[in-house]
Ligand binder design. Structure first.
Ligand code: GUN
Ligand code: ZN
Length: 427
């Protein structure tokens, strides 16, 4: 079945940092979709033909769905917990909440809520940490697979420095991860991320097991946390006294590659930056979380100049919004504090093709290239009275994009398509 999705169409084919020929914008455009995939993108007049099913989203903007490269699925009821920085926040709020994912029926219910929240906010793919319990990853993959929604996810491996209800062992972490990879990696649109939570909560034996999984499954992503908070770094280095620096721990166990996503990556030493660039390891900027937990200011321009590729992400529940628009809003302000500029085109490239590139998945998601999945978001820059008033003085596409990223949230998401299927229920 073919369908034409009509509107003002915007997609990126290159990074605005590299070239001015980076996007294609069609004022009266359309996306031709067949069986969940993009067949063609062009002017409406070129693609329209009698008898073809059509949906008209004019005057709204249609873009590739947003990609969130770091989010914690079991933290949907941790978001907005008061007053702590990272290690306190984990111990006080997060670990006890993640313990609830052992309970029968909890993970499946939360998985449905989580996926609804993502698509309500325009996010069509997420890279998610699950809880330590295999059932949490099982629930998320099952729910995402049923929606044909692309997830990259993994159960966290953690065997120390947390309550027993959220600990596994090196063997159990290995066995559970291995079984989940066997069941879910490459099943439809699901992909597995090997997920040692961070060095503090894994013994050297467990890091070794994570390294074994990486060697056995080189096609899987790997996700963890790096240098988010000063106290975290000090504690980490005290646990691994032989390490040259924080990154060296992950390197020792063979985790560094272009499949590795390093959440936060804020307080880095020059050697770490150099090794991330050499190995292709990705940094992931989590603006709302970094401000909320008082963690620090990400050095986007510095990392890019050094050759490190960065993704951008919400990091809910340390992060305070599911919205990639609000994530850009806070990201813009962090970069202002560092004297760095994020242009509107770079911002929207980042949450679409840029994040897809960081994941090595730009052939499937993040662009409007024919052959990509029809994961799309429909954006309304006049979604609130304040936005509508501001839009009266907007004259260019870039101004509209900036208004969307600074003032927009889920109210600006008119529709979200996952593999060609509308996911947002109105009214
Ligand atoms: N470091 C280890 N675990 C976490 C987590 O759940 N959230 C954040 N922000 N940092 C972490
Ligand atoms: Zn995180």
């Amino acid at each position: 079945m073919q369908q034409l999705i009509r509107g003002r169409v915007l997609g990126f084919h290159a990074d605005p940092h590299d070239t001015s020929d980076n996007h294609r914008y069609l004022e009266d455009g359309a996306i031709l979709v067949e069986d969940g995939r993009i067949l063609a993108v062009d002017d409406y007049a070129t693609l329209a033909r009698p008898g073809l099913a059509e949906i008209d989203h004019r005057p709204h903007l249609i873009m590739p769905g947003f990609i969130d490269t770091h989010i914690h699925f079991p933290q949907v009821q941790v978001i907005a917990s008061w007053g702590a920085q990272l290690l306190d926040w984990l111990n006080t709020y997060t670990f006890p909440e993640e313990a609830r994912f052992r309970q029968q029926g909890h993970a499946p219910a939360m998985a449905e809520a989580f996926l609804n929240l993502l698509t309500d906010h325009g996010t069509t793919t997420a890279v998610a940490f699950c809880s330590v319990h295999a059932e949490s990853a099982e629930a998320l993959f099952s729910a995402a697979h049923a929606r044909n929604m692309a997830m990259v996810a993994g159960k966290v491996m953690m065997d120390r420095n947390a309550p027993p209800e959220v600990l596994d062992t090196p063997q159990q972490g290995y066995d559970d991860s291995k079984a989940l990879i066997g069941r879910w990696h490459g099943m439809g649109r699901q992909r597995y991320a090997i997920t040692p939570r961070f060095a503090i909560t894994s013994t050297p034996e467990q890091m070794e097991a994570a390294g074994t999984l990486v060697r056995e499954h080189p096609d899987c992503h790997i996700q963890t946390h790096l240098s988010e908070n000063k106290d975290e770094i000090d504690f980490t280095l005290s646990l691994y006294p032989q390490a040259r620096d924080y990154l060296d721990i992950y390197e020792t166990y063979g985790l560094l590659s272009d499949k590795l996503l390093l959440g936060h990556s804020i307080h880095l030493r020059p050697r770490e930056i150099e090794r991330m660039a050499e190995t292709g390891s990705r940094a992931v900027f989590c603006p709302t979380s970094n401000l909320f937990l008082g963690s620090g200011l990400f050095d986007e321009a510095g990392l890019r100049a050094a050759g490190v590729v960065s993704g951008i992400a919400t990091d809910v529940g340390g992060g305070t919004s599911y919205s990639m628009l609000q994530t850009l809003n806070e990201g813009y302000k962090i970069l202002q504090l560092r004297g760095q500029k994020l242009t509107p085109l770079s911002a929207f490239h980042w949450i679409t093709r840029g994040n897809a590139m960081a994941l090595g998945m730009a052939d499937q998601i993040g662009t409007l290239d024919p052959g990509s999945m029809a994961d799309l978001v429909v954006l309304d820059a006049r979604a609130t009275p304040a936005m509508a008033l501001r839009m009266e003085r907007s004259e260019t596409l870039e101004q509209e994009l900036f208004i969307l990223e600074i003032m927009g949230d889920d109210r600006s998401i008119r529709e979200t398509y996952v593999a060609g299927k509308p996911m947002k229920k109105h009214g």
